[in-house]
Write a protein that binds this ligand. Sequence first.
Ligand code: 5GP
Length: 112
Amino acid sequence: MTLFEKIIAREIPADIVFENDHVLAFRDIHPVAPTHVLVIPKKPIAMLSEATEEDAALLGQVLLGANAVAKTLGLMPGGFRVVVNNGEGAGQTVFHLHAHVIAGRSLTWPPG
Ligand code: 5GP
């Protein structure tokens, strides 16, 4: 069981921002910005590159979850960034697919 499955099971506490039948969103324990929330599907999938056509709805729910976080926290019109790290080389450390929702400071492009 991954760390995020334990958070879904309420075995590990988390600061939950949004939840529905499909996703759970909670604040990152090491925020990189004033707002840093992780959106995870309740059905585990390790990483984006393992997704198939069967995961289309799940992937949509993660992005809709990011939008729900933005609405809940009032991130618009200021703006927010949604990031998925895929694989160790991209910085992924928890192998349960998640989208980072980052906001509250100036976000430059391209990212470092
Ligand atoms: P990744 O590096 O895999 O894209 O993102 C994993 C994220 O999970 C990191 O930003 C890290 O700070 C966060 N994280 C790791 N352990 C915990 C935890 O126990 N609770 C919460 N809320 N976030 C965690």
